[in-house]
Write a protein that binds this ligand. Structure first.
Ligand code: G4P
Length: 535
């Protein structure tokens, strides 16, 4: 590799930071995303990104959501420059029925931002997504939002994270008041108080006055009670809180915590500045050829998401590829590890809200959208040079199960082709009964809307009408050690055994309670909520 190319790669990697936001619906992800774009200069006035919040409410009809949003309810990638850094925000679906997409997006993210509503604290969807981040051991930044409304106390919120997630917290900033009395935050990095002024609907960046703790103006700018409360809180923090430890943050064991209000822009810029300082740059990844550094000169990447356009006039599919090493160039020809075929990557796209720009080059940490004429499946690796295969993307425990039936035997072929392609695309997981006589595929999903998508697409793209028969299970666990391990424990009650797409045993349970019962009856039986990688 020429030194010039090496420097080019190094510079690009140094510059890049990517992240995804994990949150429960309504915590303010859309609002925060928009405000980050505002501060990043990617938009000039909040509201420019199409009002997705209002579309999100049409939960009853996913097609309608799809049409309104133009491209898809699934993720896009937002890229913007801020203080000489290039930030890639891997946007995740707002609707929790599509959280499988969020799980996969997290596989492509180097950092995560855990967004919580400060009045509610930890919520179910956030807990689930947190577990995925923990598995990947990526840095997690916490942003408590909506401090402009009555909230739980900051110490209580930190305690919840420590106790329930077992994650150490380090408050990088601290709120001054809350609700109508939310005046600003104290930044522990610079030891400055930032007082904000609200702007009309938070359209523009908030006016920010920064003063030191000892500044005599404090008395007139800040209510006495708020000032004493702040001093008291800071004493507690300094006294019992842990020391800042960047190493622990990078290992995902300590979370830097921020308080603010995305709607009024309070604390957003301080968060962004600290994020840039602490976030991990694109790093090494495990592959069949060992751990590969981003500066490995050959291009490699993996598909973490496929997205189909529902508009029948533009029925294109886009494969989202996370660039891991080397440099991507438009029209380059790469190898496709799973099939061994050569693929020319023409018309690569970069997605920003609804506009698709063509990308000429991309570097590690970037995401590119490739037109996918049925070539790519979730987890596929593409590469130049010697053969490389990344670890793949795990499947997570589905929560809804249903038989999918094809009432028309003459449509047998189309039905199976459709089911298999939709599985590869990651629209749904497929399982089969362990009883050979029951051949109908079992759809396994995280959200009900996934079923609707599958049925709709089978009808529209494969011309097959199908019936769904719901099954009464809500928990799935893969049996580690396979069929052999399962045989050893003998007959199990209150669970049913099915096979995943690769013929591996999976136990389905009606509820968590039944699962716990089996675990306590058979402590040797090792079960996993995440499918083992590979086939
Ligand atoms: P989501 O993507 O996480 O689902 O949340 P979204 O940003 O759509 O925000 C959910 C609701 O919370 C919105 O109100 C939004 O305005 C509000 N919100 C977001 N950040 C803040 C904040 O910092 N403070 C306060 N007080 N509210 C916030 P909505 O009434 O559902 O929609 P809209 O009519 O305001 O658009």
């Amino acid at each position: 590799m020429s030194t010039e190319f090496h420097t080019e790669l190094q510079t690009a990697v140094e510059k890049r930071r990517n992240f995804a936001i994990i949150s429960h619906p309504d915590a303010g992800k859309t609002t925060l995303t928009e405000k980050l774009l505002l501060y990043g200069g990617a938009i000039h006035e909040a509201g420019a990104v199409k009002a997705r919040a209002s579309q999100r409410k049409v939960t009853s009809d996913w097609m309608e959501m799809e049409q309104q949003r133009g491209i898809s309810i699934t993720s896009t990638v937002l890229q913007f420059e801020y203080r000489d850094r290039q930030i890639n925000l891997l946007d995740t679906p707002g609707h929790q029925d599509f959280s499988e997409d969020t799980y996969r997006t997290l596989a492509a993210a180097d950092n995560a931002v855990m967004l919580e509503d400060a009045a509610k604290g930890l919520e179910p969807q956030t807990r689930k997504l947190f577990e995925v981040c923990r598995m990947r051991q990526i840095p997690i930044f916490t942003f408590f939002n909506k401090l402009d409304r009555p909230s739980r106390t900051p110490l209580e919120l930190l305690d919840e994270i420590e106790q329930e997630l077992g994650l150490q917290t380090y408050a990088v900033n601290w709120p001054i008041g809350m609700g109508d009395y939310f005046k600003g935050v104290f930044d522990r990095r610079t030891q400055k108080i930032h007082l904000f002024e609200r702007t009309e609907h938070g359209k523009k960046a908030a006016k920010d006055t920064a003063i030191s703790l000892g500044d005599p103006r404090i008395e007139e700018l800040l209510d006495k009670d708020l000032y004493y409360q702040l001093k008291e809180d800071l004493e507690v923090l300094e006294g019992v809180g842990p020391e800042f430890d960047l190493e622990l943050i990078h290992q995902g064991k300590m979370t830097p915590v921020f308080f603010g209000s995305a709607m009024t822009n309070f604390g957003v810029q301080l968060f962004l500045d600290a994020f840039l300082e602490y976030a991990l740059k694109p790093g090494e990844r495990k592959s069949s050829a060992g751990s590969l550094k981003p500066s490995y000169p050959e291009f490699t990447g993996f598909v973490f998401k496929l997205q189909a356009n529902m508009d029948p006039k533009h029925r294109d599919r886009v494969a989202f590829v996370r660039v891991c090493t080397g440099k991507f160039e438009k029209d380059m020809t790469v190898n496709h590890a799973r099939t061994g075929k050569n693929v020319r990557l023409s018309r690569p796209q970069k997605l920003f809200a609804q506009d698709r720009d063509v990308v000429d080059v991309a570097y590690p940490g970037d995401v590119i959208g490739l037109n996918n004429p049925g070539v790519f499946a979730i987890g596929d690796t593409i590469y130049t040079g010697q053969k490389v295969e990344y670890e793949g993307i795990p499947c997570f425990s589905p929560e809804l199960f249903a038989y999918l039936r094809n009432p028309n035997p003459s449509k047998f072929k189309q039905f199976h082709k459709g089911v298999s392609e939709l599985r590869e695309e990651g629209a749904v997981q497929i399982m089969y009964s362990a009883d050979e006589a029951k051949r109908d595929p079992i759809l396994a999903a995280v959200g009900q809307l996934q079923f609707e998508v599958v049925q709709f697409r089978l009808l529209n793209e494969y011309n097959v009408e199908t019936h769904i028969e719901m099954l009464p299970y809500s928990v799935a666990r893969w049996v580690l050690g396979g069929w052999e391990a399962l045989e050893k424990v003998g007959r199990l009650f209150n669970s049913v055994t099915v096979k995943d797409n690769w013929g591996r045993p999976v136990l389905l349970f009606k509820n968590e309670w039944n699962l716990q019962q089996i675990q306590s009856d058979h402590p040797d039986l090792k079960l996993s909520a995440i499918a083992p990688l590979g086939s």
